[in-house]
Each structure stands twice: as C-alpha cells, then as structure tokens.
Design a protein around this ligand. Sequence first.
Ligand code: PGA
Length: 240
Amino acid sequence: MKINTFKDPIQVHRAVAKEIIEAIQQRPNLVLGLSTGSTPLGTYAELVKDHQENGTDYGQVITFNLDEYEGLDPNDPKSYRHFMNQHLFGHLNINQKNTHVPLGTGDIEKECRDYEDRIKSAEGIDIQLLGIGINGHIGFNEPGTSFDTYTHAAELSEDTILANSKFFESPNQVPTRAITMGIKSILQAKRIFLIALGLSKAQVIKGMVSGPVSESLPASVLQNHADVTLFLNEEAASLL
Ligand code: PGA
C-alpha cells in the first residue's frame, strides 16, 4: 500500500484530482469508479475546476459508482445518482449514458446482476475511488461482509446510518438498505485510491494498514490488492 500524506484536505483533493486527470490524458476512455459521502466532494470540485479552466475531456470517460440507497428514486435529492449529477456529472462534458449508478428501485436482484455485467462490458474499472467508514466499510460493505461478494443488496449498520444522517433531517430518514458493489467487485479494479480525512478516521486507517486482514474490518482486504494508494491528511494519518 502506498501512503501519501498531506497537511490539509485541499492538498489531498488536488493530488487525487491530478492523478485522475493524468490518467484521463493517457486513456481518454478511462473507466473510473466513484464514491459519494462528504470525503470526495473536494476532489470533485477540483475535477470540475480543472475541466472549466483546462478543458480536460470527459467525452469518452465511463464511470461506475459504488452504491445507491434502496428505495430512493434517481430524482430524489438524497439519492446518490442525484448527488453525482449535482456535484460532478452536471459540470463535465460527460455522456450521461456513460455514468452508471446502481438503480435503487425496481428489481434489486436483477439490478445487482446487471451492474456487474455492465462493469464487465466496460472491461473493468481502471481506477476506483474509495472513502472509508469509521467502522471500516468500503462502499456499503459493512463489517462481517464476506470477501467473496459481488454487487449485492446490503443492510446498513447503525454506525453508518448515524454517520450518513448528516445528509438527512434525522437518522430515522436514512434508508436502511442499499445496493453496493461487493468486495470482489472492488478488488477487481486495476488501481484503487482511498481518501480519508480527519481525526475520526485515524483509528480505522491504522487498523486497515497494520491490523489483520479480517472481514470485521472490510477495508483491511485492500492489503491484498497490488495497487492501492491512500491519500490522507495528517489527522487521518496521525496513528500510523
Ligand atoms: P464520509 O463517508 O466521506 O461521509 O466520511 C465515507 C464512507 O462512508 O465511505
């Protein structure tokens, strides 16, 4: 695991954005795995700024998001599809048809199978962007999730519901289930960038980097992947 530590979050976001922009320049039809939550917002702002100032071309870029809440329509302002349109896709010259976010409504089992097929049809993900939950989840793969999972329907843990309630009026409005790429889907990405910011992530970052590889801390599985880079600020790296 390569660990890049920066003083401030803005430096973290600029470093991640720079890597993504360089990858698009090298491969205009890059397949990019994306995440939601508060952590990647600064990175998306940097990508948008670069697109506006330097015209980086997203015309052929393909994206796959990690997850979506079950039961939320794509037009729902709390859905991850809406989040992505609002914070990233709507500001780039990306073809909406090339942006994939699991559909949280309708036949969920079929959507899980179809989502994996769509990733396969795109010949896999080149770079997967990840955040990490304070409980060690990646995507909505909560502690205890089998390392053998592909895209599947998942139950959110109490910790996650509480953490994500910052985007809702109250915790009881947070959906309790989601569709998420599985651990196996994530590990198939050629490169993985994980961003973590703040003291609240320091303990889990320590466990992920130096603890045992265990399903009780899902992100620890990244120790088994050949090309993972962590982008941390000093606070998140403070226990390493
Ligand atoms: P956060 O979420 O960026 O809002 O902390 C990260 C995650 O749950 O993966």
